[in-house]
Design a protein around this ligand. Sequence first.
Ligand SMILES: C[S@@+](CC[C@H](N)C(=O)[O-])C[C@H]1O[C@@H](n2cnc3c(N)ncnc32)[C@H](O)[C@@H]1O
Length: 321
Amino acid sequence: MTFSHIPVLCGEAIEALKIRSDGTYLDMTVGGAGHAEQIVFRLDKAGRLFGFDRDEEAVEAAKNRLAAYDKQITILHENFKNAVSVLKDLGVSGADGILADLGISSHQIDDETRGFSYMKDGPLDMRMDRTQTLSAKDIVNTFPEGALTRIFREYGEERFAARIARAVTKEREKGEIATTGALNDIILQAVPKSARKAGSHPSKRVFQSLRIAVNGELEGLSDCVNEWISFLHPGGRLAIITFHSLEDRIVKQTFRTAQKPCICPPKTPVCVCGRVSAGRCIGTRAIRPSAEEITGNPRAKSATLRIFEKKRENDEWQTEP
Ligand SMILES: C[S@@+](CC[C@H](N)C(=O)[O-])C[C@H]1O[C@@H](n2cnc3c(N)ncnc32)[C@H](O)[C@@H]1O
């Protein structure tokens, strides 16, 4: 299967990075290298791009797509949680721009053997990194009912979470739930008929929640964002694209906290935290795809881009609250 993925908010993300031709750039989620190609295209011989992905197929696709730039690029099969420490081991001390386009690629959704989609029957897998042991099948067949309810409710914002978890635990007593099709049928049976008609497909939320749980997508995300900000050179930019509100909330809060010079409770008379602002959020609002982009690529619909700029020595805004 060829790797196909249309990069989302591509022009906006590249513009956000303010690319310098001799700079060092990181793509934390290189995927099919749609964004990465636009970055490396703007670099001269002194410029460098490091790309990371936890999916081996994405790493291969990115290496192939960027083969013409092999002197400037390094693409690694690595979870972005380890990216900064890997870069330090390689002798890289900082970056001028960092991009993270979170979530999954169209390639992962469209390949039924990966088990991400409720619309295609396949093994209940959902691992982005296939060297990982935990899969969706393990969660669905072994986690206690209460834990399943929490996953469906917290990561899927599913109002029938408890009913679906009960149906799953009842069904697995008869035999292992091994396929996306089988899970989809159980969800549809568990959700009241009236709710099935209104809004989005109930499996969409449950599958999203399982994907987040399998891949630990929200765990440590805020720490990663802070680490990436620290790794930026003064004036460097971090651009993050998210695809659901849970992730966006984490990015928004982390950026806001990083911007604050002081995080003492409002009633503290004198600052005791001693913090200085790490930089500033760019733009008063997040950037969303245009109607035109959504028409051309409906998967862009839920995308949100947020940008953070690392403080320079003489930036005046650094002293403001
Ligand atoms: C939306 S796609 C990125 C697409 C890419 N920007 C492009 O233009 O083709 C997200 C990618 O991030 C990868 N990914 C998600 N979480 C990751 C993590 N923690 N570490 C590394 N890669 C991750 C997924 O495997 C997927 O390939």
